[in-house]
Every structure is written in structure tokens, then in C-alpha cells.
Ligand binder design. Structure first.
Ligand SMILES: CC(C)(COP(=O)(O)OP(=O)(O)OC[C@H]1O[C@@H](n2cnc3c(N)ncnc32)[C@H](O)[C@@H]1OP(=O)(O)O)[C@@H](O)C(=O)NCCC(=O)NCCS
Length: 175
């Protein structure tokens, strides 16, 4: 367990350098690396809505005592084809901040935030079969494994299965 006290806060301009690193440094983001992305895109998105949009958003994870940002959490609206929508969340921490108990707490905090400020019933998260840290992190954040989504993403030269997790509004918060 980490001794770090963390909070979620909006993105500021200084955070864009981290987003550019994740877009251009192979593998820095972990298994979600799918090739180079436009490094100018973060500045364009920030100029549009500061990463707080109706359909998708980001907040920075900040260590309060040091006022440094280890990474960010994200969420986006998804649906299964009908009128009902749910959130899908994501997270990326810089390598030096991983394994300190920050990831699971940041995702639990994000769920509490979304259930407080939006009426949606379901929050889901997908991860990779190899991503043990994220699998454990999601369970600690109150998620349950729903199943394996076969061949759902093309990554590193091959089609890969994904693990789908969810936390529902009435599931207990671990915080
Ligand atoms: C995945 C990620 C968010 C997890 O956050 P974290 O702060 O590193 O993880 P935590 O410290 O909160 O640990 C949560 C649990 O995972 C375990 N864990 C952490 N890193 C681990 C590792 N490399 N291997 C195995 N277990 C690990 C912890 O021990 C803890 O479980 P425990 O309480 O049973 O011991 C973070 O590592 C990260 O940003 N990785 C790169 C990006 C990424 O993979 N994002 C998710 C994409 S789906």
C-alpha cells in the first residue's frame, strides 16, 4: 500500500508534455502502445475543451504532497447498440510511479466521481491477459471480471483477447 495521498484534478497545459511522451515514446504507455500518434493532438484537444468533454474526458492523477502527476485517468461513453450508455475508463501511469498503490485508488476514485456526477449505472474497463497489474488493480477498485472478449484488439502484430471488467453503481466502493 502506498503512503502517497492522491487526488484527481483537471488537465493543465503543463500536462500536455506527458501526453506527447505517451504518444511518441514506444512502449511508455505499456501494452496499450499501438504505434506513433500525432504529438500535436493533445494541444488541439486541450484547446477544444481542456479534456473535459461530454463524450470523453481525462483527469490527472496527482500526488498531493509533492504536487506531481504520475499519470492520468480517462473515461468515454460507450453503448451496446441500444439507447443505454455506459462509461469505459482507462488509466496510464509513468513507469516510475507504478506498483505504489496509486493505480487502483485512482480508478476507484474515478468511479466514485462518475457515480456522483453522472446517473449512469455501469462502468467498464478492458485489459490484456498479460496485464496482471491492471487486473489486480481493477479488482481492488471494486470491479468484477465479466469474461474474455476474444480477438478484440490488434496489437503487436497479432489479434489478442481482452478481459472485460465492470463496476455497477450498487457495487461497494473500496474507498
Ligand atoms: C496498470 C496500472 C494502472 C496499475 O496501477 P499500479 O499503481 O501500478 O498498481 P497498484 O500499485 O495500485 O497495484 C494494484 C495491485 O496490483 C499488484 N501489482 C502491481 N504491479 C504489478 C505487477 N507488475 N505484477 C503483478 N502484480 C502487480 C499490486 O501488488 C496490487 O495487488 P495486491 O494489493 O494484491 O498486492 C499501472 O501499472 C500502469 O499505469 N501501467 C501502464 C498502463 C496500463 O497498463 N494501463 C492499463 C491499460 S488496460
Amino acid at each position: 500500500m502506498s503512503g502517497h495521498s492522491i487526488r484527481l484534478r483537471p488537465v493543465v497545459e503543463e500536462d500536455l508534455a506527458m501526453f506527447r511522451r505517451f504518444a511518441t515514446e514506444p512502449g511508455l504507455i505499456g501494452l496499450d502502445w499501438t504505434g506513433f500518434k500525432d504529438p500535436q493532438e493533445p494541444a488541439r484537444r486541450f484547446a477544444t475543451d481542456s479534456y473535459l468533454g461530454a463524450e470523453s474526458s481525462r483527469l490527472m492523477v496527482e500526488v498531493e504532497e509533492e504536487q506531481v502527476a504520475p499519470g492520468f485517468v480517462s473515461w468515454a461513453l460507450r453503448d451496446f447498440g441500444g439507447p443505454t450508455r455506459h462509461w469505459e475508463i482507462g488509466i496510464a501511469l509513468l513507469p516510475e510511479w507504478r506498483g505504489h498503490g496509486i493505480g487502483w485508488r485512482a480508478q476507484a476514485m474515478l468511479c466514485d466521481y462518475l457515480f456522483t456526477h453522472t446517473p449512469l449505472q455501469r462502468i467498464q474497463a478492458g485489459t490484456h491477459a498479460e496485464n496482471i497489474a491492471e487486473q489486480k488493480s481493477l479488482v481492488k477498485a471494486g470491479f468484477q471480471l465479466e469474461g474474455v472478449v476474444r480477438a478484440c484488439e490488434f496489437r503487436d502484430g497479432r489479434w489478442c483477447d481482452g478481459y472485460l471488467y465492470s463496476r455497477l453503481r450498487n457495487d461497494p466502493s473500496p474507498l
